[in-house]
Write a protein that binds this ligand. Structure first.
Ligand SMILES: Cc1cc2nc3c(=O)[nH]c(=O)nc-3n(C[C@H](O)[C@H](O)[C@H](O)COP(=O)(O)OP(=O)(O)OC[C@H]3O[C@@H](n4cnc5c(N)ncnc54)[C@H](O)[C@@H]3O)c2cc1C
Length: 270
């Protein structure tokens, strides 16, 4: 199939982009790398009147290093993160995550902000930014707000973005030198969307511990930080975590998600 007819604009300021989104009453869509939106347009799952290309807005395109965090523009591609400076711990983790997304042609165009806004439960950035304790800067016509990656996603393909809001920045707290990270996604072929995934961060110096299960039917699940990791990796803990989701009682899903948690824990504790 082909998309319905739509108009296309490429504003060069953030203010112009959010104004255009606000005028549309939901019939205007932002587009970044079009790696998710493109297929949805072709299948007519979305039928916008206007596409607002956000790839020429300077605020979305840079990355900057701050003392406590790395700030990534929402329009930064997976490939740029993959090619980042891996001598620094946080950048190395980001590069590792990016390198597992699809294949290079997709990574050349797909963006971290587009991936988070699309909120496919199986997406890599969704589970990993939640585990890393990242925050997102959202900007709309009413101003700006900061939300945690964990609260940003409210369900499968559902976020708290208002129709006139854009993700502008993804702010990832800097990992301590001795922190331990593990991310594992189970998929049939390297680079595919995950059938099950889990990410674990143990950062003693910052007192930050988190285990997150991804590729559920909804938002990533943050497991109770206070339990020992060995306990979180057990099938019973995973079954309990999945119980409020559509995967409740699904023995196969519980088994594969438990395997993903086990392997992420192993990577973080090896
Ligand atoms: C063959 C293939 C394999 C893939 N495999 C994987 C995989 O293994 N893992 C994985 O995680 N992903 C995978 N993807 C998805 C890929 O990561 C996409 O890049 C990503 O999902 C969307 O990013 P995008 O920049 O292309 O966004 P677009 O497709 O342009 O937009 C997606 C959605 O985000 C909105 N949007 C875009 N930018 C913003 C913004 N700054 N603020 C607010 N809303 C915005 C759009 O309106 C749209 O609703 C795959 C895609 C393909 C085509």
């Amino acid at each position: 199939m082909k998309p319905v007819d739509f108009d296309y604009v490429k504003p060069t300021t953030l203010a112009a982009a959010v104004d255009l989104l606000a005028q549309g009453n939901g019939s205007v869509k932002a587009v970044a790398g079009a790696q998710s939106l493109g297929p949805m347009l072709n299948l007519r799952l979305v039928q916008p009147e206007l596409l607002v290309d956000v790839t020429a807005i300077p605020e979305l395109l840079g990355t900057r290093e701050e003392a406590e965090r790395i700030v990534i523009g929402a329009g930064v591609t997976h490939a740029r993160l993959e090619d980042g400076d891996t001598s620094e711990r946080t950048q190395a983790v980001l590069a590792q995550i990016a390198s597992g997304i699809a294949y290079r042609a997709v990574r050349n165009r797909g963006t971290i902000g587009g991936s988070l806004a699309h909120a496919d439960p199986a997406a890599d950035w969704l589970v990993c930014t939640t585990a890393l304790g990242a925050e997102l800067l959202l900007v709309g016509t009413a101003g700006q707000r900061t939300v945690s990656a964990a609260e940003f996603v409210v369900g499968g393909f559902e976020t708290m973005l208002a129709p006139d809001e854009l993700i502008v920045e993804v702010r990832v707290p800097r990992l301590s030198a001795g922190s331990r990270w593990g991310y594992y996604k189970l998929c049939r072929k390297r680079g595919e969307f995950a059938d099950a995934s889990a990410a674990v961060l143990v950062d003693d110096a910052r007192g930050f511990y988190r285990c997150v299960i991804g590729a559920t039917s909804g938002r990533p699940i943050v497991l109770d930080d206070s339990r020992p990791l060995s306990e979180l990796a057990g099938a019973a803990a995973v079954a309990e975590a999945l119980s409020p989701t559509a995967l409740a009682g699904d023995a196969f899903a519980i088994q594969v998600h438990a395997a993903a948690v086990r392997r992420a824990v192993r990577a973080a504790t090896a």
